[in-house]
Design a protein around this ligand. Structure first.
Ligand SMILES: Nc1nc2c(ncn2[C@@H]2O[C@H](COP(=O)(O)OP(=O)(O)OP(=O)(O)O)[C@@H](O)[C@H]2O)c(=O)[nH]1
Length: 319
């Protein structure tokens, strides 16, 4: 265990260098491992926390903790540090809170901490909480509470990494991009505030339609993106149908039901972030130009000859 002040300060500084929630959790684990001389540390999610990575674990000792052991449950319910019974798979459970709700639990297995060590662990988890809030705020759209454009690159990169490492197989990842049809008319007819209300209601509908594994973004204006994780094409179609049906429940007699146009592209090994977004955008424009209030899959448009494949398209655009 190294507790020299300069080492401690460097460890804390390394936590605050992180700009992603996932690397922030790894950094917390690493700091605790180094400063306390332990190697069985994990940060696990509790409850439905869509914006957080699912689980981090250094040695894997906490992987697959289901159901949660009583000490973790007690930590969540009481929001306090719990020293666990020897029979449980961890020795100490510390709550990590966001807005006073326990969203994660820090578990350590190979330590029976004294008062000073508990104080230090509490301080580490508070530094994590404070910085996680800063990172989360910087990645959140202030009107809807969805993720913003800034958070998108890291999520998409993570998906490509999963495909390249073959931890999951394409084409079960999809990018879905959509915007509200004639949103300008909604604003012009009923005012900007009503337009904001529509955006807010639509974001609530998105949360109900999509799962916590599906990262949901507002890119700005009336443009939204969802990265769908582990879905068949049929499941994607079901989700699109639901989204359109639910959006239509936002209704005003002067403008009728809200409708959306949706473009969808599968993430494949040969794609890169720019090419996959370009495909989804092209499918969206096709949906717009062909009646709106509908979805279009890029690969189907190519297969059906409704759109030219990129290289032919690019050659033509050159002239
Ligand atoms: N209420 C509100 N309006 C916004 C916001 N950001 C952008 N807008 C407006 O959203 C409208 C976007 O319109 P467009 O997407 O260009 O066009 P559209 O009317 O939706 O037409 P189509 O997309 O072709 O169906 C513009 O009028 C913007 O001023 C916002 O935060 N709130």
């Amino acid at each position: 265990m190294s507790s020299a002040p300069e080492h401690l300060l460097n460890s804390v500084a390394s936590i605050t260098e992180q700009r992603q929630l996932q690397s922030l959790a790894s950094s917390l684990i690493e700091t605790i491992e180094q400063t306390m001389g332990v190697d069985q540390v994990a940060v696990i999610n509790v409850g439905d926390v869509p914006h957080f990575p699912q689980m981090m674990s250094s040695s894997g000792f906490a992987l697959g903790l289901s159901p949660l052991p009583p000490c973790v449950q007690a930590c969540v319910e009481r929001g306090e540090v719990i020293l666990c019974e020897l029979t449980t798979p961890c020795k100490v459970a510390l709550p990590i809170k966001m807005n006073d709700v326990v969203v994660k639990v820090l578990l350590i297995n190979d330590i029976e901490p004294d008062e000073a060590q508990i104080t230090m662990l509490r301080a580490f988890s508070r530094i994590y909480e404070n910085f996680a809030r800063v990172v989360q705020d910087s990645q959140t759209d202030s009107l809807t509470g969805l993720l913003n454009r800034k958070a998108y690159d890291a999520r998409l990169f993570h998906m490509f990494t999963c495909i390249r490492n073959e931890t999951r197989r394409a084409p079960y990842f999809w990018i879905l991009t959509f915007d509200i049809d004639f949103f300008k008319k909604i604003n012009d007819t009923l005012g900007h505030l009503y337009g904001d209300e529509v955006l807010l209601k639509l974001s609530r509908i998105m949360r109900e339609c999509f799962g916590s594994d599906d990262a949901q973004f507002r890119f700005g204006g009336d443009e939204f993106v969802v990265l769908l994780d582990n879905k068949s094409q049929h499941e994607v179609e079901v989700l699109c149908r639901q989204l359109l049906q639910q959006a239509a429940t936002i209704y005003h007699e002067k403008i009728g039901p809200v409708t959306l146009s949706i473009g969808i592209a599968a993430l494949n090994l040969e794609d890169n972030p720019a090419s996959v977004m370009m495909k989804a955008d092209k499918a969206l424009y096709f949906a717009k130009e062909n009646g709106r209030n509908r979805w279009a899959f890029y690969h189907q448009l190519i297969q059906q000859g409704d759109m030219l494949p990129p290289h032919i398209d690019d050659d033509i655009e050159l002239f």
